[in-house]
Write a protein that binds this ligand. Structure first.
Ligand SMILES: [Fe+2]
Ligand SMILES: [Fe+2]
Length: 190
């Protein structure tokens, strides 16, 4: 957490980098939304899942909008952190999807691991940022994320699978934050 806090403090002092970070959060919300759409078969889609998909899409929208007009028009491919975000999500998806025996648990386990991380990162970021539009967006998003987290807690995923997913996510998150920090503050060439 300390690593993340020092990264957040650094980017909140540099509006250009903070916009890149907000755009990255938007990208991750979008990829999370797409994961639900790809991971849930047509016949299993229900009202709850549709609500979850629509809320994740709205999180991506609110964050992209809060990233500022220049970035809002830009493709995520041009994001300065985009590749790090892809890598984190892709590895998490691949590695945690191997854990459950039941195929239908693959989408919940990835989402559960991410929702836990979101509930750590967004409140910490909300305390630090001075970007007003973003503060409003984050407060609205957090209300919905709390409900998503509670839904997954009630999903009855096996404890052993959850413990292993936490370890995987923690390792990938550490690498992700190190990558973000190195990009904002590269080590001087010797
Ligand atoms: Fe979200
Ligand atoms: Fe969520």
């Amino acid at each position: 957490m300390t690593e993340l806090l020092s990264f957040l403090q650094t980017i909140c002092e540099k509006p250009h980098w903070e916009s890149e970070w907000i755009d990255l959060l938007s990208q991750l919300e979008y990829v999370g939304c797409r994961k639900i759409l790809k991971g849930v078969p047509f016949e299993r889609m229900d009202l709850n899942l549709l609500q979850h998909v629509s809320e994740e899409a709205s999180h991506a929208y609110l964050l992209k909008k809060a990233a500022g007009p220049e970035i809002a028009e830009r493709s995520w491919r041009e994001g300065k952190f985009a590749d790090l975000g892809w890598n984190y999500f892709r590895c998490l998806d691949e590695q945690t999807s191997r854990l459950p025996e039941e195929k239908q648990d693959c989408y919940p386990i990835v989402s559960w691991a991410i929702e836990r991380r979101v509930m750590e990162v967004y409140p910490a970021y909300l305390k630090i940022t001075r970007n007003e539009e973003l503060r409003r967006a984050l407060a609205a998003i957090l209300e919905q994320e709390k409900r998503h987290g509670a839904q997954f807690e009630g999903w009855n995923l096996p404890t052993e699978v959850k413990d292993r997913a936490i370890l995987i996510e923690r390792g990938l998150w550490r690498e992700f934050v190190e990558g973000l920090k190195a990009r904002v503050d590269p080590a001087p060439l010797s």
